[in-house]
Design a protein around this ligand. Sequence first.
Ligand SMILES: [Zn+2]
Length: 341
Amino acid sequence: MITEKIQSLLEETAALTATTAKEVEDLRIHYLGRKGVMNDLMAEFRELPQETKREVGQKLNQLKQSIQAQLDTLRKNLPAEDGKKDALDLTRTPYPTPLGSRHPLTLVRNEIIEIFSRLGFVLADGPEIEDDWHVFSSMNFPADHPARDMQDTFFIARQPDIVLRTHTSSVQSRVMETTQPPIRVICPGRVYRNEAISARAHCFFHQVEGLYIDKHVSFADLKQVLLTFARELFGEGTQIRLRPSYFPFTEPSAEMDISCHICGGKGCAFCKQTGWVEILGCGMVDPAVLEANGIDSKEYKGYAFGMGVERITNLKYRVKDLRLFSENDVRFLDQFVGEGF
Ligand SMILES: [Zn+2]
């Protein structure tokens, strides 16, 4: 009977041994080869009456898997052949050295900085733990502005208030108070908000802000710089559009969209069929901000813009979950090996 054959083969194959790779291969051919034992059983199986096929079929499958597993084990446990010769083989290809990768946020941040430095912007940096003045007051946030609330901001100390900066605008403020125009800086950095962590929000993220102050700076200058930036980052055919918006530190303020680089503006799921995706906020620096930071607003004007590095990275690499950026999962990070070198 076929079921008895299967049973005895199960026992027989479980006790197989081999000492060389050739022996393992011979066993494989004997049991699993085209003219092997398994195939004979399959031929026998096809002749069976329909009602027994299901049960016998399962057993055959088990047998095949068990033989395969046994052969794998034998192969794995083979004594190393010619071990000594191997160690002395100077012609052998060297082991591949695993390449590290830059973090995707670093890649994108560097690219943004690179584009703006070609446009004449220099790098500026500042502390992540800041006082209220540089984060809020100097940036024209009214005393009762919701961003100053515990709900949105991490406080290190109260009265005087010390906070984790909620935006890199604090760096702009520090530059203005120590430098007279012309000022043309780009401020990349990590910022913090008191938000519940989810796929779309995190308690820390990264921004790049830019500030340009000089005589005769106009909104048209801002628009041209941002258009150049968008085309450098997302490709020659990229279009931009500016929508009126509100920020405490700029007047007028705008949000900028770029034509969806995935569908080319025709409309797709990524851009929610609109053909546009939002990438940054910008505007003319509010004269009150210039004055607060010691710059004569009658003589000078300026523009500023700011973007989230995570946001741009999502657009470029389509990372759907913000948490991936800070979990350090090697399977995620490995995908960026070789990028940005
Ligand atoms: Zn689209």
